[in-house]
Design a protein around this ligand. Structure first.
Ligand code: ADP
Length: 180
């Protein structure tokens, strides 16, 4: 069984591989070409099959902070929402706001399509070097806001690839609760 913690109404932290999650949409931490890459991007493209790359080619890229939606092909998810996180450059280049924009852009596509469930990886915290704790704070805040404001959205999975990452998300939620 996949370890899962329900940390807030509609929000769960899950340890595992995002490509295996049974959700309507999964978010890909893509690069601006949308033509695939390493990390979670590579895993999503491998699991979705070559049709995903074909559709991504037709999309024509995506700027940092924005998101684009495609079909999920061989993935369990019907949709993939590709978003391009900021590369961490020390924190003075608007990285935090840009990361929040990624989450908001994903949630506007979710609402536009009437999607009920979505899984997110920890955007920007791998190759793009965003500090994991700061990123989790932003992620959790935007997720809670989206669940409060959303009409179609009912469930979010914050998918963590390591137990350390799960703990970071649980701590971030605790901090977010204290702030409110
Ligand atoms: P970025 O370029 O946005 O930093 P990465 O794919 O390098 O994207 O990493 C983003 C996060 O996704 C990292 O925390 C990494 O551990 C995690 N990750 C990598 N592969 C998977 C996967 N298959 N499922 C869930 N998370 C993953």
């Amino acid at each position: 069984m996949t370890p899962e913690w329900k940390i807030s109404p509609g929000l769960s932290v899950v340890l595992g591989d995002i490509t295996k999650m049974r959700v309507e949409a999964m978010v890909n931490a893509a690069n601006s070409s949308l033509l695939g890459g390493g990390g979670v991007d590579g895993a999503i493209h491998r699991a979705a099959g070559p049709e995903l790359l074909k559709e991504c080619r037709s999309v024509g890229g995506c700027p940092t902070g924005e998101a684009r939606i495609t079909r999920g092909y061989d993935l369990p998810a019907a949709w993939v929402i590709h978003t391009v996180g900021p590369v961490w450059r020390g924190g003075d280049c608007g990285e935090e706001e840009m990361l929040a924009c990624c989450y908001r852009s994903c949630f506007s596509l979710v609402e536009e399509r009437g999607i009920k469930s979505v899984a997110f990886p920890a955007i920007s915290t791998g190759a793009y070097g965003f500090p994991a704790r700061r990123a989790a704070g932003i992620a959790v805040q935007e997720m809670i806001l989206a669940l409060e404001k959303g009409k179609s959205l009912k469930s979010i999975l914050a998918v963590c690839y390591s137990p350390e990452s799960c703990q970071i998300y649980l701590d971030a939620l605790e901090a977010c609760r204290k702030q409110r």
